[in-house]
Design a protein around this ligand. Structure first.
Ligand SMILES: Cc1ncc(COP(=O)(O)OP(=O)(O)O)c(N)n1
Ligand SMILES: Cc1ncsc1CCOP(=O)(O)O
Ligand SMILES: [Mg+2]
Length: 204
């Protein structure tokens, strides 16, 4: 997985989803994840099919392997099915992402081999995922990025003020919910994040 602009949109089930995603993609998002913890598989498939008609970037689904078969891939965490199983079901060309909070996960060779990227999750505390694990901080990004060649995505509490620091610490991309979905102008918000990522890359 190549994160050209380094911005990954993770959706939430509020607001005008189609408009937010279309504007975010126009601003430069590389990848979209449909995340709606309360949605049925059928509802997720409908969302994916609708978004696929509107935008050209890959769309992955959070958690739900059945819905992910109608998308470009899946994002899973430690409480979900393992990446290796997702890979077996979705095949070699699917995108498979895995949340990492404990650096010990990086030693799970079979799981790491199944992934296209790992997410340092969360970097900062966030209300968007009330059950999140302890924040890793910038040190956590450095520790993870220093131990894998996979692209590292930073997620949790990331906004335009924090994005460059996360990237300078070793993240290849930032994954963002509210700083995009709740922005007055999601397209502008993404464009500003893209610029911050560029600045962070320049600091490495
Ligand atoms: C890009 C990205 N990173 C981390 C997560 C969190 O996944 P997980 O730990 O499985 O938690 P839920 O999102 O399922 O609540 C993510 N979704 N996306
Ligand atoms: C889904 C998820 N996984 C770890 S933190 C998080 C939510 C990030 O949301 P926000 O960008 O609003 O802090
Ligand atoms: Mg999950």
């Amino acid at each position: 997985m190549k994160f050209e602009h380094g911005v990954y949109l993770v959706t939430e089930p509020s607001g005008d989803l189609a408009a937010i995603v279309a504007n975010a993609v126009a601003g430069g998002v590389d990848l979209v994840q449909v995340r709606d913890k309360g949605a049925s598989t059928g509802a997720l498939i409908e969302i994916v099919q609708d978004l696929r008609r509107r935008v050209a970037v890959p769309i992955v689904v959070n958690d739900d392997l059945d819905a992910a078969q109608h998308a470009a891939g899946v994002h899973v965490g430690v409480d979900d099915l393992p990446p290796s199983k997702a890979r077996r079901v979705l095949g070699p060309s699917a995108i498979v992402g895995w949340s990492v909070n404990d650096p010990g996960q990086l030693d799970e060779v079979e799981e790491m081999r199944a992934c296209d990227y790992v997410a340092a999750s969360p970097v900062w505390a966030t209300h968007t995922k009330p059950d999140h694990q302890p924040p890793l901080g910038l040190e956590g990004i450095r520790a993870i990025a220093g131990r894998t060649d996979l692209p590292v995505v930073a997620i949790g509490g990331i906004d335009v003020a924090r994005a460059a620091g996360a990237v300078a610490a070793g993240a290849d991309a930032v994954a963002v919910v509210t700083a995009i979905t709740r922005a007055d102008d999601p397209r502008r918000a993404v464009a500003d994040l893209v610029e911050a990522v560029r600045e962070g890359r320049g600091r490495r």
